[in-house]
Design a protein around this ligand. Structure first.
Ligand code: NAP
Length: 529
């Protein structure tokens, strides 16, 4: 397909105006045509279209929305290799990785289709009337989750398919019945446009309103701010840096009518390497660690950027192995120049901190023209770590700091001082885990996902997944941005009291046509009430 550089509002292509920007192929530093423009002036039109489409989307039969999501999965696949090639040109992500990520995006569409078809997700509650109750009759009270309305989505540069135009945020919002306006990512706008055509094809085939979906491009902060401020916007889903997330979160909170802002941001994802495991397998652990640090050139929000261990010969051997392995890692191309420059600046600043040592670094120099980053592993002691706040925040890329604690108590005290994290990992034997049970109790207050003998990279988008965490990892610790529970960000409970059965929303009617699980008079059941 020909990529036009247009914005898309309710299926209508709007040519770019003003100064144009282009994606850059990070591997070659060459511009990728065509040019895209700033869509700030189109924000009101996109939100008006979304609002006008809300009833058409939310009141469509559930089966129509489920089929739409399955059709969307087919339409994404039908874009074929051209989609993968465009994403590869704009992100330098390897074709195998992009193929796998497309599989995840397609799987997510089908997962949400199954979720809404089943119906049980909607927290259906029924308390039947007791007209004879003394001293007062009890009314019939029923509750279910209903969609919020137009949702604005910001995807991140590192997942062009799974956290972008057709990523979890978009798909779960549409599944819930919320129209979506996406802010296209300026690092991969052509990929965004191709995916946009898939969404419109699926909406059209399903008979759903085109206004349920719009994509505006732009690389100024103005467009993002305008989208969050627009009065018809009912919620925001954001994945990206803490800086961007915090800025937009503050805009959402400062509105005359504040709206929920769900920001998934960065994290350093501490990894605790415990004594017995270090004795048993320090070299194997170092291998897995370096592999995880360099997965996707370290461009994962779950990158293990911080390792903690108790001073010992075995920890030294872990550090030496990690340093040797880091030297063998070839520099690799990052997603875009901005991320590469931020990485160089971040590790460059670390290099000036007394007490922080570079233990190992890729043996070959990175090529600047190919936007490459070199793997860098640092070591430090707890005091240096604690007194340098710049070490506590994510430097996005293939770097990590191994911090040595003097004692078990020091390690636990360190954990107590952690800020909110997406993940934490514990590497140990079962005996280690028992001995360090207090560490698990501390981490339960700090992180969204605790991993035993693994790493946070590689997230399973399943019903039990929680991808989020206390601030600053996410703006709201209760919600996940991955897995079926992500749908709960874009709905709210509505309670119906005293309604005749046939006037209730179908999921709350006595017949329970979908055999959904409902809490009826305090008991879970999926039979008619
Ligand atoms: P980013 O620079 O924050 O960009 C994300 C989106 O937000 C872009 O569309 C960006 O547009 C917009 N944006 C950023 N700052 C803004 C501001 N102040 N005002 C208005 N709009 C703003 O992040 P990225 O480089 O794409 O992605 C890398 C980051 O995402 C890393 O920090 C990584 O850890 C995080 N991430 C988190 C998760 C998670 O699930 N927690 C998953 C993947 C990635 P412009 O570029 O035009 O500003």
């Amino acid at each position: 397909m020909t990529i036009t550089g247009h914005h898309f509002i309710a299926g209508r292509a709007v040519p770019p105006t003003g100064e144009l920007f282009r994606a850059t192929n990070p591997a070659t530093s060459e511009a990728v045509e065509p040019g895209f423009g700033e869509g700030t002036a189109l924000v009101d039109e996109a939100l008006n279209a979304a609002d006008a489409a809300f009833d058409g989307l939310r009141l469509a039969p559930v089966e129509t929305r489920a089929k739409f999501l399955e059709t969307l999965a087919d339409e994404i696949v039908a874009l074929g290799d051209a989609l993968l090639e465009r994403a590869h040109a704009e992100t330098a992500l390897p074709m195998a990785r992009l193929t796998a990520e497309r599989g995840r995006a397609v799987g997510q569409c089908k997962m949400f289709a199954a979720l809404i078809r089943d119906g049980s997700w909607a927290n259906l509650r029924i308390d039947r009337a007791m007209p004879e109750r003394q001293p007062l009759p009890k009314p019939d009270v029923r509750q279910m989750l209903q969609p919020l309305g137009p949702v604005v989505i910001f995807g991140a540069s590192n997942f062009p398919f799974a956290i972008g135009v057709v990523g979890t945020d978009t798909v779960c919002a549409l599944a819930a019945g919320c129209p979506v306006v996406v802010k296209g990512h300026p690092a991969h706008p052509g990929t965004c446009e191709m995916l946009t055509t898939a969404v419109y094809a699926a909406l059209q085939k399903s008979g759903l309103p085109a206004g349920a979906f719009s994509v505006l491009h732009g690389r100024s902060n103005d467009i993002g701010i305008a989208l969050v401020k627009q009065p018809l916007t009912r919620a925001v889903g954001f994945t990206g840096s803490l800086r961007g997330g915090r800025a937009l979160m503050d805009v959402a909170a400062a509105r005359a009518e504040p709206i929920p802002f769900y920001g998934e941001m960065g994290s350093v994802n501490p990894v605790f390497v415990l004594p017995r495991a270090l004795k048993e397998r320090s070299v194997k652990m170092a291998e897995a660690y370096i592999q995880s640090v360099n997965m996707g050139v370290g461009q994962f929000c779950t990158n293990p950027a911080l390792v903690l261990g108790i001073k010992s010969d075995e920890l030294r051997s872990f550090v030496n192995s990690a340093a040797d392995l880091a030297a063998k890692v070839a520099p690799a191309t990052m997603l875009h120049r901005g991320i590469c420059d931020a990485f160089d600046a971040g590790v460059g600043a670390w290099g000036k901190i007394p007490g922080l040592k570079l233990a190992g670094k890729s043996g070959t120099a990175p090529a600047s023209s190919a936007t490459q980053a070199a793997c860098q592993i640092f070591t430090t002691d707890l005091k240096t770590f604690e007194t340098n706040p710049s070490l506590h925040r994510e430097v996005f890329g293939p770097c990590s700091i191994i911090t040595e604690c003097a004692t078990r108590d020091e390690l636990l005290a360190f954990a107590r001082g952690l800020e909110g994290q997406l993940t934490a990992a514990i590497h140990g034997t079962p005996e280690d885990l028992r001995e360090f049970a207090p560490l698990v109790r501390i981490l339960e207050r700090k992180v969204g996902r605790i991993i035993f003998n693994g790493f946070g990279t590689g997230i399973e988008p399943c019903p039990s997944m929680h991808h989020g965490g206390p601030y600053p990892a996410a703006s709201h610790a209760f919600f996940t941005s991955i897995g079926t529970a992500s749908i709960y960000r874009f709905v709210r409970p509505v309670c119906y009291q005293g309604f005749p059965d046939d006037c209730l929303p179908e999921p709350l009617q006595n017949a329970n046509a979908r055999a959904a699980w409902r809490l009826v008079d305090g008991q879970f059941t999926n039979i008619p009430s």
